[in-house]
Design a binder for this molecule. Structure first.
Ligand SMILES: Nc1nc2c(c(=O)[nH]1)N[C@H]1C(S)=C(S)[C@@H](COP(=O)(O)OP(=O)(O)OC[C@H]3O[C@@H](n4cnc5c(N)ncnc54)[C@H](O)[C@@H]3O)O[C@H]1N2
Ligand code: MOO
Length: 457
């Protein structure tokens, strides 16, 4: 590998030159934006497919979720009790109670009441629903003048005297004031047909499935999953056993496939290529993936073939180095035909940095989603790079971010227990300063993290 960076010259030195940024790489926020733009452009022409609700979990909505019906779709009783019309007392209509899932009962006229269950359509003319426990019924039968609890109304609703002569039905009294409309969920209370319930790009969670079903959907439109292939470069990598004689375990092959899958990708394969330029050329040009992710070989060492291979393949470098630590040799290339390649540096935490900087925004844009993240204050001062952004593994402690100790470019020990990576601007961050945080696509840690400290090598 050759040194990519001119040594910065301090102002006032013998050369008289001003201090220059140490390399001509893309600024970190612009690199992320370029990756998102690449994903958005590649998204054009990728037709959404319709998946049954049972298969749509975890996808992003390809289109806004528009209500296919009013919700509720009819005026609904919110309580078990009585549908009443006008002021009371009411004469109870002694028909079958109105139940959920049944056709609406005949219209009520002022002074009438009918038993009704939660979720049942209120009869036309209903002005309020009175909860069972806020009511009492009274028989008008001369043999019985005592009042009875409403729960036993069914038993009191005998309309026949001995001899078959119709008796007046029971009378319903309210035990509290009755407000017009009380305990009625009016049609369209939650939404009207055509209302946007959720924007495109929303992740389909279990609740989204429930809302979609309530709103009338059997299927949901989702973008096709981006197809990704991972190519792991490096002759020094072992796939099993202990490191020995300069050989080390491949830490990225086992990590990247599942990580990319957690970001919504369909991982076609993870292939180990070694340091063979021809094999790499064949793998890159022959890949059927929308996104090829390579690891290693991004720098300028004797066996770092990636730039030469991309050049030979006619690829266009959209980002060639990013002003970020770790991971500054990362790159993004357009391969033609809406296909892209993200080159992750070989150092494992540098590869994570490249994944979050370039691969995540590109994949999110390909499916119309937004990259995850938020902002939070950092507990202590964080050392910064003079010119470049730093990405630092952090845990969330309450509202605050705590940087983790093992954050060197070759280390995964910090990020393994992290909740995300804090974005530390050039020059560093003060204690209490708000920082952007890049989330990881799995639940936060329990917070049981070893003691903190600094370790930058
Ligand atoms: N002269 C220069 N040398 C280097 C520079 C530079 O600017 N000038 N940049 C350094 C930085 S920063 C990084 S990051 C690396 C990037 O190197 P490559 O992307 O070319 O990666 P490799 O050289 O292949 O590997 C670097 C390092 O990572 C280990 N590695 C590679 N793959 C894996 C893997 N799958 N699992 C675990 N570890 C892996 C590899 O053995 C090396 O130790 O370049 C610096 N050098
Ligand atoms: O950018 Mo390198 O990632 O410092 O190791």
């Amino acid at each position: 590998m050759t040194l990519k960076e001119p040594v910065p010259v301090a102002p006032g030195t013998a050369t008289g030159a001003k201090a220059e940024p140490p390399h001509r790489a893309t600024a970190w926020p612009e690199a992320r934006a370029a990756a998102a733009r690449a994903g958005t452009a590649a998204r054009a022409g990728r037709e959404p497919r319709r998946l049954p609700l049972g298969q749509a979990l975890g996808h992003a909505l390809a289109e806004p979720l528009l209500a296919l019906t009013d919700l509720p779709s009819f005026d609904t009783s919110a309580m078990d009790g009585w549908a009443v019309a006008g002021p009371g007392p009411w004469s109870v209509r002694t028909e079958t109670p109105v139940l959920a899932g049944h056709a609406p009962a005949a219209a009520l006229t002022d002074g009438e009441a009918v038993r009704i269950a939660t979720g049942a359509p209120v009869p036309p003319g209903t002005t309020a629903v009175i909860r069972t426990e806020h009511s009492r019924t009274e028989r008008t039968d001369t043999e019985r003048t005592d009042t009875e609890p409403a729960e036993s109304a069914d038993r009191t609703e005998s309309t026949e005297r001995a001899g078959g002569v119709a008796a007046p039905g029971p009378v319903l009294h309210a035990l509290r004031g009755v407000v017009p409309g009380q305990d009625i969920r009016p049609r369209g209370q939650e939404c009207r047909a055509g209302d946007e319930l959720l924007p495109a790009g929303t992740e389909v969670t279990p609740v989204v499935l429930g809302l979609a079903a309530a709103a009338g959907y059997d299927e949901l439109p989702v973008p096709p999953r981006p197809r990704v292939e991972v190519l792991v470069l490096g002759d020094e990598l072992l796939t099993a056993g202990l490191p020995h004689e300069g050989l080390i375990r491949d830490a990225l092959g086992p990590m990247l496939g599942p990580w990319l899958a957690a970001l919504g990708a369909e991982v076609l394969a993870t292939r180990r290529i070694g340091d063979d330029a021809e094999e790499l050329y064949a793998a890159v040009t022959g890949s059927a993936a929308d996104l090829v992710v390579t690891t290693g070989g991004t720098a300028a060492g004797p066996v770092d073939h990636l730039h030469r291979v991309l050049d030979k393949a006619g690829a266009t470098l959209l980002v060639d180095g990013v002003k970020v630590r770790p991971g500054h040799p990362m790159l993004l290339a357009a391969l033609g035909g809406h296909r892209h390649l993200v080159g992750l540096p070989g150092n494992p935490l540098a590869a994570v940095s490249g994944l979050l900087t370039l691969a995540e925004p590109l994949l999110a844009a390909l499916v119309g989603a937004s990259p995850s993240g938020g902002r939070a204050p950092v507990l202590d001062e964080v050392h910064g790079h003079p010119y470049d952004t730093r990405l630092v593994p952090v845990v969330r402690r309450g509202e605050q971010l705590v940087p983790l100790r093992y954050n060197g470019p070759a280390m995964l020990r910090g990020i393994a227990v992290a909740d995300g990576m804090a974005v530390v601007p050039p020059g560093g961050a003060r204690s209490g300063q708000e920082l952007d945080v890049l989330d990881l696509p799995w639940p936060p840690t329990s917070g049981a993290v070893p003691a903190q400290g600094a370790c930058f090598t």
